[in-house]
Design a protein around this ligand. Structure first.
Ligand SMILES: Cc1cc2nc3c(=O)[nH]c(=O)nc-3n(C[C@H](O)[C@H](O)[C@H](O)COP(=O)(O)O)c2cc1C
Length: 305
């Protein structure tokens, strides 16, 4: 089932209306890789360490399945236990009514009741906490979870899926709400990329890199290393920008300057003026990845400050 998210205007805590950054969310559940692909002996012989009690827990909420796909990859990667947050009263099935319900919850701070409010966290050192971005930060069920569970002393690794962004903002809100937890670098990926055909291998590879960065203690600043200085756009930069943002017209993005980082392909960091949903102009950064020649089209990775 494909659902088109058309965008919305969000209000936060009585502040002026803020244009939020939802995008097309094509929430198709991925088909599990056939178990038959696994060699038979793998199913029988379990290495001792795989049967040892897990010290990590993946806690996640997912309305439409994108975050669940990433949660499953985290679970496999870390051999973690899983705790899926479920709502007593699930959100409505249409996008517009979900927007209305979430807006009400944010304005009233009446977070939704959970079927399973309390997780047994005592035996875990590390909690991977996954959520969709809604109105620029966590989906409301995460506030409910934080109200009922104490993450103090835990290593908390946030991960999220989004239309266009919200990874950094949500991770910094988590640090405020769980001040005694050790909140690490966060992982985030757009809905479009998680639900694309063949995404499983792309996401798995990205999650592995993310864990390598975590293990090396890399910070946001370190990940931004290796970018050139911002410079005026060339015709080639403009073409890359146009190709990667063609589905994001509602954000009203106008690139002003760019810097690049050579990886296996090229990362572009565009400084842009944004007029989301025709709202007031703000300045934002748009990260785009262009694969090596012949390996695919430029794609938008994230829009954020
Ligand atoms: C009510 C609502 C609000 C959203 N707000 C944002 C937002 O502020 N920024 C954003 O980038 N995406 C936003 N999105 C898009 C979701 O974050 C995205 O589709 C996500 O992948 C959904 O995850 P799920 O399939 O696990 O439910 C919003 C979606 C909904 C339904």
């Amino acid at each position: 089932m494909n659902r088109k998210f058309n965008g919305f205007i969000a209000k936060f805590s009585g502040l002026a209306a803020v244009a939020a950054l939802a995008l097309c969310a094509c929430n198709e559940q991925k088909t599990e890789k056939a178990a038959a692909e696994q060699p038979a002996e793998q199913a029988v012989a379990q290495p001792a360490e795989q049967t040892a009690p897990s010290k990590s827990l993946v806690v996640f909420y997912s309305q439409n399945g994108a975050t669940k796909t990433v949660a499953e990859i985290f679970q496999k990667e870390r051999n973690a236990d899983v705790f899926e947050i479920s709502l007593v009263q699930p959100y409505p099935s249409t996008y517009d009514s979900t927007i209305a319900a979430v807006r009400d919850q944010r304005e009233s701070k009446q977070w939704p009741a959970l079927v399973n409010a309390k997780a047994d966290l005592a035996k875990y050192d590390t909690v991977f906490l996954g959520y969709p971005i809604m109105f620029g930060s966590f989906a409301p069920p995460i506030y409910s979870f934080l109200d009922s569970n104490d993450l103090s002393g835990k290593v908390v690794v946030p991960f999220c899926t989004y239309g266009s962004g919200g990874r950094k903002a949500s991770a910094s809100e988590l640090k405020t709400l769980a001040p005694n937890a050790n909140v690490t670098l966060a992982y985030g990926i757009s809905n479009k990329r998680v639900t694309a055909e063949g995404a499983d291998s792309v996401v798995s590879a990205e999650v592995e890199t993310f864990f390598a960065n975590l293990a090396e203690g890399k910070t946001e600043e370190m990940l931004m290393g290796g970018y050139s200085e911002q410079r005026p756009l060339t015709a080639e930069d403009s073409a890359v920008f146009a190709a990667a943002t063609k589905d994001y017209a509602y954000l009203g993005l106008k690139p002003l300057s760019v810097s690049t980082q050579v990886v296996a392909g090229t990362n572009f960091l565009f400084t842009c003026e944004m007029k989301a949903f025709g709202g007031p102009a703000t300045q934002t950064n748009v990260k785009i990845f262009r694969p090596l020649p012949g390996r695919g089209e430029p794609e938008l990775i994230v829009v954020e400050k």
